[in-house]
Write a protein that binds this ligand. Structure first.
Ligand code: PNS
Length: 160
């Protein structure tokens, strides 16, 4: 069975992430969307909230699972019996960092391949940080994130 892992912070999931999930899920038997639990980063949404928002957004995709991990990504990938890491590339500015991570991950585990998908041009400008900034300033995040999670993001800022 071909299993791939799509890792990220997903703080929160955007339409750019969703596009990569939809497209890459067609290439594998199973796709695991893996939310990172990084003790050094301070996310806006908890792991539970981030996983819940992904869950709501991918209801129609039967071969996609959601999970979270701590520690090395390659260790999670191998525990899950997966062979591939999927990453999205938006622009040249993503390249250097992603190239470095792909090479280091290969050094850590030579059995795991990283594959890159070019983002849909519609979302090349989009990031979770921008979504948070716009929402915090009460701007419209319609078309930037899945419709089913818009209210969750608005609620987060209204309780802050
Ligand atoms: O959405 P992000 O924040 O760009 O995702 C980054 C992520 C989670 C893919 C990256 O930070 C990661 O793989 N973290 C796990 C720790 C690890 O394996 N580090 C070594 C990578 S070379």
């Amino acid at each position: 069975m071909r299993i791939a892992v799509y890792p990220g912070s997903f703080d929160p999931i955007t339409n750019g992430h969703l596009d990569i999930i939809q497209r890459s899920s067609r290439l594998f038997d199973k796709l695991i969307v893996a939310v990172v639990k990084n003790p050094n980063k301070k996310p806006l949404f908890s792991i539970k909230e981030r996983m819940m928002m992904i869950e709501k957004s991918i209801k129609d995709l039967s071969n996609v699972e959601i999970d979270y991990f701590e520690g090395l990504l390659v260790d999670f990938v191998s525990v899950k019996g997966a062979q591939v890491i999927v990453k999205g590339l938006r622009a040249l500015s993503d390249f250097e960092y992603e190239f470095q991570m792909a090479l280091l991950n290969r050094k850590l585990n030579t059995d795991i391949e990283t594959i890159f998908m070019m983002t849909n041009y519609k979302y090349s400008f989009l990031s979770s940080s921008m979504v948070k900034e716009i929402a915090s300033l009460k701007g419209s995040i319609a078309d930037l994130v899945p419709e089913v999670i818009i209210q969750d993001i608005i609620n987060k800022f209204s309780t802050k």
